[in-house]
Structure formats: structure tokens, C-alpha cells
Design a protein around this ligand. Structure first.
Ligand SMILES: [Zn+2]
Length: 1218
């Protein structure tokens, strides 16, 4: 497992580290400990600065088992081992490497494991490595054998003996047992190792060992670690072993960064692979890797280092100081032996010297190391064509991992029109990465753009990986830079032969006004036109002199005018002294030759997907070198800002609704603009738009066009994915499936349908009381075993920092399918009601185990989103006492708050557990919720607070009765408990009548999310004995499933306008009271009791619609299609007849899938949305007045969101600062 940033590519400046475990198949501890290490690195990356820095700066490879065949033969619990030590041919792999004293004679076919490892070692040139074994507890370092091969006692010293001792000690002293040096293993109880380390040969002679091969042939320092006396301990020991080794594993890895590191380059700047690095006094050389990069591990001290490579003059640097900690940087530039004349000094090292700084400042919250200052370009001078060519080639070879140099064509005189693309994976069309381009030197005399763009190339390359902004830009954007579009003209200027040639056309006026006029374009113009058309540059700019400021094409009367202005303003902020164009004197610039065309930005805007700009960086056209330095310093941030602007686009994918496949070359147009953009091969498009409301239309040949409204704000990026439906295509398959599900639901809802389902289920049999930790492990195990239908995530933490888990079970847990109804099962609000958490874990297990085998369960999971929160109050649960039926220990959270009184909406000081649940409820879009409690045997429905009955009480009572009726006793209405009511009709009661209190979770769910929630009191005893758990499960499982069936009943539908566009936020009013709103797809779902209901559907700007619907107790909700007509002058309240159309058909024919995605802002947006919705609702009910505290809450919430906007938000702020 390779763990590093950019794990697919090789990146210069990252040393390579490896761990190899389980080389002896019977020595198994390392095998699992290395898996834990991988998990640890991945789960702490981005959260813990130490791990983040290690993973960012190191190319880590972890091989948990080098001998998987041997392992299969070994037996758990066998401490002595032997069986499974060798591979399948009984070859001891750690005796089969070529040996310095006796070359190995093992055949490759006998030990393919060794052959594979040798290849890997030679190819990757690892810098440091650990080889993990078992059978003792000690770190053993080279050499492993001596020429005498005395079986023990001969100290066989390597040239790097002191360093090896240090490396071995690093591991040993971080391991609690190894560091003691007294492993007390039974086979050799008296052996002791000073500091827990030993020379390999001194301990015992190993011929053909792996670590010596690594050191002598592989450029790699390897130490062998023996992790435990017992070779194959019981699995229960593994956790302890991980704890023993964790710190040692990490500390040892970090040592890959000690010593001296750098590059060996030719004078051209090209890295030299396989160059030798020797250290005076140490008879062991290492060599450079493919980029010419080297890492020489050394202890603190002063050294003389020599770099040499065949064909070059060796170079020695004396007195190189190595200090504790990070490696000293030292680059060598070697002179070619064939160079007779002394070459001019190459530009100062373009190699990043700060590659190990964290790339994101926010990760560096300990402030240990300040953010690295950006490396400024050094090379301020005029580059002739050949100098420019050399410069670009140098950069391309040194920074090959992020650059791609290509030519778009040739000039009249045959010079290449070079483009440098800079991006991670440059040259590859990557999903989600917009492209942007810069062109310079359109006029031969305009040298500013040319030089500034060369500086930009250098700046981007040398700051990637160390400067946060540059790193982010190159990670997310493909930047194409054409420094000189007119190299011929430039050379003429350089030779001071201005305008003497015939070919002196002003290329910036050479773009044809209409496409058929292309033949008058100069070859340079034609090449650039083809280039621009072949790419989908979202933005493009010519960088020029003779002006300070930003110009854009005439777009008067178009919606694009606002966008051009927005981008321009954002860039103008970055000019350090905003002189604006009036400061420039244009007289010295004389346009030459024919000007029968239009300028580039206009051509780009009118003829391509791109939006064109001109960015002026200086009044001078051909300044002195020192002035260029000034212009760069003053204005280079304009160029960076321009790159960032590309991300303020509406973006998304256009896909085929049926197949989900990308549609390439689909056209996206915006109302009010003629400018078109097209989708890439992966179906992606970018459309920059200024803040405002727009209509976006997507079309493609053979598909029905779709229009969507989109609101662009200046604080976030809108993702609008659009699904297109092929014209004339029916969906028989989906309809069949739909009918099948309807039948299934009907069957299961009939007299004995549910009982049959319960009988057919495979039992999970996991019931027992679990501690918090067991509980968490169980959930994790469940998701590991059922990764395709489960997703486990944290809602937040309790006071004592226990995680409040949510387990989602659905057919597609990773994607959002808003049309699948969503169900919530919650328990453990009161920690002393301990049965609920176990019942829900069992329920989750049964769902998972039966998925794929049981058709009903499979269909239910595929078509629902089930979210289980198995313990809201883990702190309380932890202190509850078993078999205490009436104890209040654990009722509250760790701060003594009864969480079921804490759901006070609008309150900013709720408990963390409450906040976690509130966030879930607010953002969730749930249609139904069941909360398990204890202490009685009944079901309560909203409200818990003493108030008027809920307007939808009929529905709520019905839902509660569904649960009670599917419980063998509850519906008799005789709880039979010591406390509480003796008689409850039907087993259901309004919450306020059972135990009146305010701030309850179900009231919050009703008020804020319009989601009905019922509370089930599972049994009289709060914490029944463990042996009663199974009985409880038997009593409740049918009711739990019944609620899941209920989820698919009720009423659902889609509201759209006459054009087929979904109408979001339409209000569906049922029987004059219950109401629900449509989501962004125009979809709504609400649960209703069986019977006839009157529907009233209204939305702003549309005529109201009236409907009458029948809800059956056995049947699935028959989806409605409600089509609005615009509110016109001839008002009439017509009732539109609609056929009962199934959900998928409605959605497919609505032609559209779209959703907003904006990960960072989701929470804020949802928060604001519910507040807004809530506010509207309250106003509608005429309950709230202006004096209500709600307004204040709304403002505070918005304030908070502004602070959380992050990177994109910052840009927005700069914009608004304008
Ligand atoms: Zn071993």
C-alpha cells in the first residue's frame, strides 16, 4: 500500500520509505500491525499535523506480508513457529538474497517473492526501510553475516555502523519492551541486548539476508525488527502489539528526513539520475534517483560531500553541516566534460528547497514552523528565443511531475510556439479540473508579457508543494502558458531590425472576424486559434505591456458584461499601485501592418468556449531587466488571482438519465448571452457567471433540451449536474420493477405478510449489552462487512468525547438520491434506557445480513435510506447500571442535562449531543422517525409539550398505532408497569398526556423538519437483564419492519411547471392543515393515514392546484404529477387531471436531475434554509411577530457562515471589498 500525496505519480523531492512484514510466514505480528499502521496514517491524515506532514513529505510503501503462502500454513497461537516460515517451496526468504560473501544460488522460480522484492528495491531506490520479524524483541542492524560465518559473536561492522545503531535505537527506545533490552523470551530467557539493539552477525550469522542486500545493492538503509517473543500470538494480543509498536513505527519513518538531500543536475538544469554521492570518511556511496534527487542519511556533524557522474566533472562541497532534525539541502550542478568554454552560471536553483513544509497552513495549527515564504523568480532578463527554449526545457525536466511542455505550431520563420502546461498530472484531461491559458508577446516588441509569463512558469513550479495558494491552484487547475506567440517579431526587435520584414503583421489584430476568413490569418494566429479550439479554456488572457489594468471585449447588452466586470474587478484589487490605463503613454507604440481583423479577446469570446481578457502589467513594452523585477513584484498577484477566477464558475456534468453516462460536447447556454460552452469528454462543463439568477439550458443532439434556474452567489461554487433524456425513449424495465415493488409492498402489508417476512429472515444473533467501545467496534465491523450498503459517520461528540454514530443503510449510501424516502431510527437519548441501542444494532445487523438474499429486505434497502442512530447519549449509557429497572443513573448526559428537554430550536447553547441530533434532523429530509425509549410499554406521538394537538394528529396517531399493532402486547393498552399509566387505549397516547415536557426531540423534528416522530417505550424495565434482550427483539422486530413499510406509503409526487421544470419550495397542503414542501427536484413525500384527502398545492407565481387523493393501508403511495401553469391574467382554478404515474417515470420524464453540491457550505446553507423556511412557515401561520427572537438567530447564523466560507469565501470577500 503506497501512502503519500499523489500516490500514482513519482514526485521529486520526496524520499521513499518502506516497511516489509511477515517475511517469515509464521511471524505474523507485523502483518497485522502494518495494516493498523496504514489505517492510522489514513485516518489521521489531515487531522494530526505529524501524520499529515509525514504523508505529505514521504513516499511510503507498506507491504504487510512478503510471504502470504507461508502465513496460510501457520497456526494462530503457535508461539514457537516453524510451520509456514518458508514460502511454498520451503525456502527461507531471509536466506535467499545475494550475499556479499557468498552469492545466493536460490532459483528465481523457487523464491519468486525474493525476485519480486529485489526488482522493487532496485527500481524504487528506497532511502530507509524496516524489515519486521518475530521470535524475539530487538532491533538488529547490518551486517547480518561475516566472512567467517561464525554462527554467533562476530561483530560485522558496516561503514555506516554509527548511523545504523542510531536508527535501530530510534525504534527500540520507542518500544516499551524492546528498549529495556530484556525480552525474556522462553527459548532464550537470559539473552540481553544493550539498548534493545544488536549487530546482526554478532547475534547470529544470517547468510543471504534482506537487510544487507538493501544496504549494499539497493541504496537503502534497512534495519530488522523483532517485534514479539511469540511468533503467532492470539488475535486478542494484536491490540497490545499495535500499541507497543505504534510510536516506534512512526518515529523510525521520520528518520528518512535526516542528513543531506538535494539534486544533482547538469548545467542545463537537467537532473542526473544514478549520479554518485560520496561522503569523505564513509566507504559507502549512494546514488541519485530518476529526477537526480538524492537523500544521504547522516548523523549530525560536518561532512565533505562529492557528487559525480560519468561524463561530468565531479564536484565536492566541504563542511556541509548536518544538524538534528530535517535534512540539509544541497544541490550539485556538474559541468559537462565536453564543455570547453566556461558556461554561464545557470539560473539559481529552480528546485524547491522547502518541499517538506505543510501545504496547508490550517494543518499547521501548532505553529511549530511558520509557513514557507514563496520562492520568487530569480531570472529577470530578456530571453532570446534559444534562451527561452532552454529555460522551458530546464523547468520541464526539473519539475517533470507538474509540467508538460508542448508546441502548438511554428512561426513563419520556423520557431516553435511553446506552451508550458503546469498542473498535477499535466497533459492529462482530469475530471473536475478546469483549464486556463495565458498568451504573451503577441507583438514582437511587447516583451513584458513574454518575460512575466516565463517568471510565472518559474514561480508556479518552484512554489508548488510549499506555498499554499500555488499548490491549491495547481492541484485544481490546468494552467497553459504560451510565453511567446510571436517569436519571429521578438527576434527582430532583439536585433533592432524593427519592421524590416514582410511578415510584420500585428498578430493581435489578425484574428478573423468571421470563421470563414481564417485563411487570411498568419500561421501563428492560425496555430493559436486551433489550439484554443482544441481545449476548453474557461478563461484566457493575453498578458501585455503598454497598459496597466484589465481589458475585456465588448459585451454590452449581454449577461456576460457583469461577469467580465466581476473578474476584472477581482484582478484590479491585486495591482499594488493602481495607476490604471490613463497613466500609460501609448505614443511610442506604433501598430504596424494590416489590421484587418479583430483582437484576440474578442475573437475568443465570440468563437470559442473561453472568455478572453487582456491583462496589462506595465506601461513599458521593452523594459530594463530591473524594471521587470519591479513589475513582477508589484503585479504578479494579478495573474494568480486570474487563475483563481476560473473556479467561480457554475460547473457540473451532463449525463444521460437512463445510462448515467457522460454526454460530451453538449451545449450549455445562458439566457441573455450568445456565448456557448460545451461539455468535455467526461461530460463536464464550466460556465463563469457573475452573482445573480440565471436560466441555464443544456442541449445535445438526440436529447430533449433542459432548462434549469441557478442562483450564483459570490460566496460559493455552484455545482449543477444535468441529466438529459433521449428523445422518444420509454422505460418499460423501470415500470416493471416499479410494479413489482408495489406488489411486494402490498403482499407484505396484508394480513400475514409481515409475519412471513419475519419468519423468512436470517437471524443475526448478536444481542448482548455492549460498552461504548464494543458498540463502536461493532458498527465499524458492520460497515467493513457490508461496505456497499452501509456508511458510518459521526454526527458529533458527547461531552466526554464519545462519538455519536450514525449508520446509514441504503442501496447507494455514497450518493444522494433525494427521491428515496428517508427513515430515521434513534435511541439512547436517555442512557439508562439500555435496551434500545442493542435492539437497533440487531435490527441493523438483520437488515445487512438479509440484503441480497431476502428479496423484501433487499428491495426495502435499495429503495429507502435508513439512518440508524444507536446511541444519542453515550456518556449516560456508559454509567447506566444493568438490571436496574428504575434507576436514573445515566438518564442525563455528562453535564446533567436531560437531552429530551434540550431540543430548543434557535437556542445556540444546546448540549453537544443535542446539537449533533439537531444537525441531522434539520439537514436530513426524513419522512419518518422512530425513537426507542424504555420504562413503559406504549407509543407516544407529538407533541410532548402541552399545547394544541398537532394539526396532523390523525396521521401521527395512525403511525403510532402501526407500531403498537405490530407488537404482540402493546396494542392491548395495558402496559402493566410499576410506574406510569395503567391503561392506554390502543397502546398509543399523545406525548403531552403521557409525560408533558418541552424541548423534546420529536417536537423539534415536527417543528423544524416537518418529520413525524414517534417514541416507543419498549418495556417496563429500563435496563432489563441481558437474557431478556432476545425476547424484546422478538417482540419489536415486526413493528420495526412495519414502520419501514409505512415509509413507502402515504403520498408522494413531483411538482413541475409546463416546461417540465421542477418547482421547488412548492407548498403541499393536505386537508387544510398538514403541509410539506417540494425539494429542489420538485419532489415531495408525506405520510398520511388511509382515507381520502384533499390536496392544495401552491407556489409563488403559479396557479393553485387542487387534488383529491386516496391513500390505501396496503398500497404504496401512488405518486402524483402536478403540473403548474403560470399565473396568468385569465385566472381560473382548473383541476388538472393526472394519471397515476410511478415515481421513476415521473422523474425521468421530468428530464432532469440536478442538485447543488457545495460540501463546505452545506451545513450553513441547510441551516439558513431551514431558518428561512421556518420563518416563512411561522409567518404563514401568523404566529410570529417582528419582535420574535428568530430574526436575531437568523442573523447570527448567517454571520457564522460568513466566517466558515474558507478559501472560496475569502475571494468573495475580496470581491465585495471592491
Ligand atoms: Zn524472521
Amino acid at each position: 500500500m503506497r501512502v503519500t500525496t499523489h500516490p500514482i505519480t513519482n514526485v521529486p523531492g520526496k524520499p521513499r520509505f518502506k516497511y516489509v512484514g511477515n517475511m517469515h510466514g509464521d511471524e505474523t505480528v507485523s502483518r497485522q500491525v502494518l495494516v493498523y499502521l496504514i489505517e492510522y496514517l489514513l485516518s489521521h491524515y489531515g487531522a494530526e499535523p505529524r501524520v499529515t506532514e509525514l504523508v505529505d513529505s514521504t513516499d511510503i510503501s507498506i507491504m504487510p506480508s512478503m510471504n502470504p503462502d507461508g502465513f496460510e500454513k501457520a497456526t494462530e497461537g503457535d508461539c514457537v513457529g516453524g510451520v509456514g516460515r518458508g514460502n511454498a517451496q520451503h525456502i527461507d526468504l531471509n536466506r535467499s538474497f545475494p550475499d556479499q560473501f557468498d552469492p545466493s544460488s536460490v532459483l528465481a522460480s523457487d523464491a519468486p517473492e525474493v525476485t519480486a522484492i529485489i526488482k522493487w528495491i532496485l527500481r524504487k531506490k528506497f532511502v530507509l526501510s524496516g524489515n519486521l520479524h518475530g521470535g524475539s524483541v530487538v532491533a538488529s542492524y547490518p551486517f547480518d553475516d561475516s566472512s567467517s560465518h561464525m554462527w554467533s559473536g562476530v561483530y560485522s561492522k558496516s561503514p555506516d555502523d554509527a548511523l545504523f545503531q542510531y536508527l535501530a535505537r530510534t525504534y527500540a527506545e520507542n518500544h516499551p519492551i524492546m528498549g529495556e533490552g530484556k525480552p525474556h523470551c522462553t527459548d532464550d530467557p537470559n539473552v540481553e541486548f544493550k539498548d534493545g539493539i544488536t549487530n546482526g552477525a554478532k547475534w547470529y550469522d544470517v547468510q543471504g539476508g534482506m537487510q544487507d542486500f538493501n544496504y549494499l545493492k539497493g541504496n537503502c538503509f534497512e534495519v530488522t525488527f523483532e517485534l514479539s517473543c511469540c511468533k503467532y500470538p492470539l488475535a486478542s494480543e494484536l491490540h497490545t502489539e499495535w500499541n507497543n509498536n505504534r510510536e516506534a513505527l512512526l518515529a523510525y519513518m521520520e528518520k528518512v528526513h535526516i542528513g543531506v538531500k538535494g539534486f544533482v543536475m547538469a548545467s542545463s538544469g537537467m537532473g542526473l539520475p544514478d549520479a554518485n554521492i560520496s561522503v569523505a570518511g564513509i566507504d559507502h556511496n549512494i546514488t541519485t534517483w530518476i529526477f537526480g534527487d538524492y537523500y544521504r542519511l547522516l548523523l549530525p556533524g560536518t561532512y565533505n560531500l562529492t557528487a559525480s557522474s560519468p561524463g561530468y566533472l565531479p564536484k565536492t562541497v566541504n563542511n556541509v553541516a548536518v544538524v538534528e532534525g530535517k535534512a540539509t539541502s544541497l544541490n550539485f550542478t556538474l559541468k559537462d566534460l565536453s564543455e570547453e568554454m566556461p558556461a554561464p552560471e545557470p539560473p539559481a536553483s529552480p528546485v524547491p528547497t522547502t518541499a517538506f513544509a505543510p501545504t496547508d497552513q490550517s494543518l499547521d495549527n501548532q505553529g511549530a514552523s511558520p509557513p514557507a515564504p514563496s520562492v520568487q523568480p530569480q531570472d529577470f532578463r530578456h530571453h532570446s528565443y534559444s534562451e527561452m527554449e532552454l529555460f522551458l526545457q530546464q523547468v520541464n525536466s526539473v519539475h517533470s511531475s507538474i509540467t508538460h511542455l508542448y508546441s502548438v505550431g511554428q512561426s513563419v520563420q520556423g520557431r516553435e510556439l511553446y506552451v508550458m502546461e503546469i498542473s498535477t498530472n499535466a497533459g492529462i484531461d482530469e475530471t473536475g479540473k478546469p483549464e486556463i491559458m495565458f498568451v504573451g508577446n503577441l507583438h514582437g516588441s511587447d516583451a513584458v508579457g513574454r518575460e512575466m509569463l516565463l517568471n510565472l512558469v518559474e514561480y508556479l513550479c518552484s512554489n508548488y508543494g510549499s506555498e499554499a495558494l500555488v499548490t491549491r491552484l495547481l492541484n485544481s487547475t490546468r494552467v497553459h502558458i504560451l510565453p511567446s506567440m510571436n517569436p519571429d517579431g521578438y527576434e527582430m526587435v532583439l536585433e533592432d531590425v524593427r519592421y524590416s520584414s514582410n511578415q510584420n503583421t500585428d498578430l493581435n489584430s489578425n484574428f478573423p472576424e468571421r470563421s470563414y476568413e481564417k485563411n487570411f490569418a498568419q500561421p501563428e494566429t492560425a496555430a493559436v486559434m486551433d489550439w484554443i479550439k482544441a481545449h476548453s479554456f474557461v478563461l484566457s488572457a493575453s498578458v501585455i505591456g503598454g497598459m496597466i489594468g484589465v481589458k475585456y471585449p465588448n459585451s454590452a447588452g449581454s449577461t456576460d458584461e457583469a461577469l467580465f466586470k466581476t473578474v476584472t474587478e477581482a484582478c484590479l484589487v491585486e495591482y499594488s499601485s493602481l495607476q490604471m490605463s490613463e497613466a500609460c503613454d501609448f505614443k511610442h507604440y506604433v501598430s504596424a501592418g494590416p489590421t484587418a481583423g479583430i483582437d484576440m479577446q474578442t475573437w475568443v469570446y465570440q468563437n470559442t468556449d473561453s472568455l478572453g481578457f487582456s491583462i496589462g502589467l506595465s506601461c513599458d513594452l521593452y523594459p530594463e531587466a530591473e524594471d521587470m523585477l519591479t513589475y513582477w513584484k508589484q503585479n504578479h498577484r494579478v495573474l494568480l488571482q486570474f487563475i483563481q477566477q476560473v473556479h467561480f464558475s457554475v460547473r457540473g456534468r451532463v449525463t444521460d438519465v437512463q445510462s448515467g453516462q457522460a454526454i460530451s460536447n453538449a451545449t450549455i447556454v445562458v439566457d441573455g448571452s450568445k456565448h456557448q460552452v460545451h461539455t468535455s469528454n467526461s461530460g463536464q462543463y464550466w460556465r463563469p457567471l457573475a452573482p445573480g439568477k440565471y436560466e441555464l439550458q443544456a442541449s445535445a443532439p438526440g436529447y430533449t433540451s433542459v432548462s434549469v434556474s441557478v442562483t450564483v452567489s459570490d460566496t460559493r461554487v455552484e455545482q449543477v449536474d444535468i441529466g438529459l433524456t433521449q428523445e422518444h425513449l420509454s422505460q418499460p424495465a423501470d415500470q416493471l420493477e416499479e410494479e413489482e415493488f408495489e406488489r411486494l409492498l402490498e403482499d407484505r402489508s396484508s394480513a400475514h405478510g409481515l409475519e412471513q417476512l419475519i419468519q423468512s429472515l436470517l437471524p443475526a444473533g448478536t444481542l448482548r449489552y455492549r460498552t461504548y467501545r464494543e458498540h463502536s467496534e461493532f458498527l465499524q465491523a458492520l460497515t467493513l462487512n457490508f461496505p456497499h450498503i452501509t456508511r458510518l459517520y459521526s454526527l458529533g461528540h458527547s461531552w466526554e468525547f464519545r462519538t455519536i454514530w450514525a449508520l446509514e443503510i441504503s442501496g447507494s449510501p455514497e450518493s444522494s438520491q433525494p427521491t428515496e424516502p428517508k427513515m430515521r431510527y434513534v435511541t439512547g437519548v436517555h442512557g439508562n434506557a439500555a435496551a434500545g441501542p442493542e435492539l437497533l444494532l440487531e435490527f441493523a445487523s438483520v437488515l445487512c445480513i438479509n440484503y441480497g438474499g431476502n428479496p423484501t429486505v433487499t428491495k426495502l434497502i435499495d429503495r429507502s435510506r435508513i439512518v440508524i442512530v444507536p446511541c444519542v447519549n453515550p456518556d449516560g449509557r456508559e454509567v447506566a447500571q444493568e438490571e436496574k429497572c428504575f434507576s436514573t443513573a445515566g438518564l442525563t448526559n455528562a453535564h446533567g442535562v436531560d437531552l429530551d428537554t434540550d431540543f430548543l430550536y434557535g437556542s445556540l447553547s444546546v448540549q453537544p449531543e443535542t446539537r449533533a441530533m439537531m444537525d441531522l434532523i434539520e439537514g436530513g429530509g426524513f419522512s419518518l422517525s422512530v425513537n426507542l425509549e424504555g420504562g413503559s410499554l406504549l407509543v407516544t406521538y407529538p407533541y410532548d409539550r402541552a399545547t394544541q394537538p398537532a394539526q396532523s394528529e390523525e396521521t401521527l396517531k395512525y403511525l403510532a398505532s402501526v407500531y403498537a399493532n405490530n407488537h404482540p402486547e402493546m396494542h392491548y393498552g395495558v402496559p402493566g408497569c410499576k410506574y406510569g399509566p395503567a391503561l392506554v387505549q390502543g397502546g398509543t397516547v399523545r406525548g403531552a398526556e403521557f409525560s408533558s415536557h418541552s424541548g423534546s426531540m420529536k417536537d423539534f423534528s415536527m417543528d423544524v423538519a416537518l418529520c413525524p416522530e414517534i417514541t416507543v417505550y419498549t418495556s417496563c424495565c429500563l435496563y432489563p437483564p441481558a437474557q431478556q434482550l432476545f425476547l424484546l427483539w422478538e417482540e419489536h422486530r415486526m413493528a420495526l419492519f412495519a414502520m419501514l413499510l409505512e415509509l413507502h406509503k402515504g403520498l408522494s409526487g413531483v411538482v413541475r411547471d409546463r416546461k417540465g421544470q421542477p418547482v421547488s419550495d412548492a407548498v403541499v397542503n393536505v386537508n387544510g392543515s398538514v403541509f410539506v414542501r417540494t425539494d429542489t427536484q420538485g419532489y415531495f413525500h408525506t405520510l398520511l393515514p388511509p382515507g381520502t384527502h384533499q390536496l392544495q398545492v401552491y407556489a409563488q407565481g403559479f396557479q393553485q392546484q387542487l387534488r383529491q387523493v386516496n391513500v390505501s393501508p396496503h398500497q404504496m403511495a401512488s405518486p402524483l404529477l402536478i403540473e403548474f401553469t403560470e399565473n396568468s391574467t385569465h385566472f381560473s382554478q382548473e383541476v388538472v387531471l393526472a394519471a397515476a404515474i410511478s415515481i421513476p417515470t415521473v422523474l425521468l420524464s421530468s428530464l432532469l436531475i440536478w442538485h447543488f453540491r457545495s460540501a463546505k457550505f452545506n451545513r450553513c446553507r441547510d441551516g439558513v434554509r431551514w431558518l428561512r423556511r421556518r420563518r416563512d412557515d411561522l409567518q404563514m401561520e401568523a404566529i410570529v411577530s417582528e419582535k420574535s427572537p428568530l430574526r436575531q438567530v437568523f442573523l447570527e447564523e448567517s454571520e457564522m457562515c460568513r466566517e466558515e466560507r474558507g478559501w472560496a469565501g475569502l475571494l468573495g470577500q475580496q470581491r465585495t471589498a471592491q
